[in-house]
Design a protein around this ligand. Structure first.
Ligand code: IPM
Ligand code: MG
Length: 368
């Protein structure tokens, strides 16, 4: 396996804190010779803007384009209110997703028996859940044109975004979901609002065609997005792979966070199409975002960032055994009782961000 060039963009809010722990874990794998990689950080987000006037300086964008994979922390926070819209868009996570055409956002959600006490859902409802949300990541309402805020002739203002999908965009994300399902329980539930939206009707039509023509052995069902939100907290075990668009995927993956006990447990991978030279454009990112309310306090849960690195081991390094080792280490850390405040149930041992990282490293040491 050739040496991989990993770019760290810690970003805003709790990003730097959780990424510090993910990087310690990555360095453990490098130090033990289990993977070959270099790890370098570039300025991104509010701190970069304060230093250079840009959220994503040109040198960072260059690194984004050349790195084998990006380990991303978080993007956003109250400071952004002072930054002009155009500047924000030019230096955003969405820009990176679009720039690298990271169209497939993969968000695994599992129930952790170790965290049953902090899961808001009853054990008999959520226990055993193991699902993946496959979210289309570079189109739909997030990117559709026209968009903007206009002033009407009578002085009123009007904000516009456009939900738009072309058949090729639906085809390629559907293939990702069907292919992934083939490595799991073989079931895809495609989620849309085809009862209201034309883009949803097209979504359903195209997903069914791809299924019929290319993946007839996979079981396909459809669900309306509002019902899916309800089913995720009512009977989440029914799902294997959920295939959905950008906006619904954003909402439903947060909703699914309740199954894991905390948003602080949800990792993600954003992947592009494999290039001719074999490289896979990839960005790994905790789902939780910048959490400005707890930033800088050393209490954020780093496990979503650590689990995102496990996805990097799987997809960028093609090393499922190493990914599994890290997953088991996280389980072990939780079983040993380490709990950041978002996970803490009464009577448990409360730890900070750094100590949770320590607990994972200790577990890696004993499991390896
Ligand atoms: C996510 C986040 C992002 C999104 C934000 C930070 C732009 O919520 O990755 O789910 O809405 O896609
Ligand atoms: Mg989100």
């Amino acid at each position: 396996m050739s040496k991989r060039d990993l770019l760290v963009l810690a970003g805003d809010g709790i990003g730097p804190e959780v990424m510090a722990e993910a990087c310690r874990v990555a360095e453990w794998f490098i130090g033990k010779g289990r993977i070959e990689a270099t790890l370098t950080a570039s300025p991104f987000g509010v701190s970069a803007w304060r230093d250079s006037g840009e959220l994503m300086p040109a040198s960072t964008l260059q690194r984004v384009r050349e790195a084998d994979a990006i380990l991303f922390g978080a993007n956003g926070g109250p400071e952004y209110d002072a930054i002009p819209h155009a500047l924000r868009r030019a230096g955003s996570l969405l820009r990176i997703r679009k720039e690298l055409d990271l169209y497939a956002n993969i968000r695994p959600v599992r129930h952790w028996p170790e965290l049953a006490a902090s899961c808001p859902l009853k054990d008999e409802v959520a226990g055993g859940t193991d699902l993946v949300v496959v979210r289309e990541n570079t189109s739909g309402l997030y990117f559709g044109e026209p968009r903007g805020i206009e002033t009407l002739a009578d002085g009123r203002k009007r904000g516009v975004n456009t939900q738009s999908y072309s058949s090729d965009e639906i085809e390629r994300i559907a293939r990702v979901a069907f292919t992934l399902a083939g490595t799991r329980q073989g079931r895809v539930c495609s989620v849309d609002k085809s009862n209201v939206m034309e883009s949803g009707a097209l979504w359903r039509e195209v997903v069914h065609r791809v299924h019929r023509e290319e993946f007839p052995r996979i079981e396909l069902s459809d669900m309306l997005a509002d019902n899916c939100a309800m089913q995720l907290v009512r009977a989440p075990r029914q799902f294997d792979v959920i295939l959905t668009d950008n906006m619904f995927g954003d909402l439903l993956s947060d909703c699914a966070g309740s199954i894991s006990g905390s948003l602080g447990m949800l990792p993600s991978a954003s992947l592009g199409a494999r290039r001719a030279d074999g490289r896979l454009p990839a960005l790994y990112e905790p789902v939780h975002g910048s959490a400005p309310d707890i930033a800088g306090q050393g209490v954020a849960n780093p496990l979503a960032a650590v689990l995102s690195f496990a996805m990097c081991l799987q997809y960028t390094f093609g090393a499922p055994g190493e990914a599994d080792l890290l997953l088991r280490a996280v389980r072990q850390a939780l079983a040993d009782g380490a709990r950041t405040p978002d996970l803490a149930a009464s009577g448990s041992r409360r730890v900070g961000t750094r100590q949770m990282g320590d607990a994972v490293l200790a577990a890696l040491g004993s499991l390896a």
